[in-house]
Design a protein around this ligand. Structure first.
Ligand code: ZN
Length: 285
């Protein structure tokens, strides 16, 4: 087990109806120290009005408290999930669905202001094919996320389509971030492959990379910067999706064994970068 340098999973979900506490224990027992817990829509709390958004954001905050009680440093990111917008639009019409997500965003900012969450996430764009008008509302909601985060200087985790489907993705995101005057490296494109860690591809955005061996091999041998994630969704019907909760510490250990990682590089990735991107003092732990 790795000792002396923090090990962070920068994108994990915990669900009160899932294994939550058990997942955190697995992570910790494998050597994990820090979790960035990202809001997700919970099946038992349909996000149909502001009241339900309030309850579901509070659930993410409560999951973060559970993780802390298990002895890991935990932070959370909250915001309206873009993948919900098409369903909400089906039920209420697009305009009302848009208003609902905008109100949820404002509530997320209120919670950040009172110190209950670190930043906004995961917000952004629908990752499957939708009508132009839905995507354009997504962009509007994303813009409000970026502007509000700029005001508070808080980090943002983005959920979008992949640059494989949209080769123009980083250029487009980068232009949105610039027009919001937001700091680019405080915006994290999650669910990334190693190619996106290449600074000539990501246009200055930060990257949270899936903790796969091939990603680590390529990104480490090219000396790229990245955060690491499992995107564990904590759903009992799909256990260990996207990756089991102990994957990040296990893959870090594997990278040491393979000679891909040493303590200096590890310190850069898991102390310096989280400090720069998320504003977290990682030496504190
Ligand atoms: Zn996620």
């Amino acid at each position: 087990m790795i000792k002396g340098i923090p090990v962070m999973d920068a994108h994990i979900h915990l669900d009160p109806m899932g294994t939550n506490r058990e997942a955190v224990r697995k992570f910790k027992n494998a050597g994990g120290t820090h979790l960035l817990i990202i809001h997700k829509p919970y099946h038992h709390i349909p996000e149909i009005d502001l009241g339900s958004y309030k309850r579901s954001f509070q659930t993410t905050i409560d999951m973060t408290e559970i993780a802390r009680n298990e002895g890991v440093e935990a932070y959370c990111m909250i915001g309206p999930y873009p993948g919900s917008l098409p369903h909400q639009a089906n039920t209420y019409g697009l305009e009302e669905a848009f208003e609902l997500q905008m109100r949820a965003m404002q509530h997320a900012f209120d919670l950040i202001d009172e110190g209950s969450a670190l930043g906004i996430g995961e917000v952004g764009r629908v990752h499957f094919k939708v009508e132009e008008e839905i995507m354009s509302k997504c962009n509007e909601i994303l813009m409000s996320a970026l502007k509000g985060s700029k005001e508070r200087n808080c980090p943002v985790v983005l959920h979008t389509e992949s640059p494989m489907e949209n080769p123009d993705l980083f250029r487009y995101l980068s232009s949105l971030i610039e027009s919001a005057s937001m700091t680019k490296h405080r915006v994290i494109k999650h669910y990334s492959g190693w190619e996106s860690a290449d600074p000539s591809n990501n246009m200055g955005l930060s990257i949270s990379m899936q903790a796969r061996r091939s990603n680590l091999e390529n990104a480490l041998s090219n000396d790229f910067d990245f955060l690491l994630e499992t995107d564990f969704i904590d759903e009992n019907s799909r256990p260990n999706v996207v990756m089991p909760p102990d994957t990040v510490p296990k893959k870090i250990e594997w990278a040491y064994r393979r000679g891909l990682l040493d303590s200096e590089k590890h310190h850069h990735l898991m102390v310096d970068l989280p400090k720069k991107i998320l504003g977290i003092d990682m030496d504190r732990y």
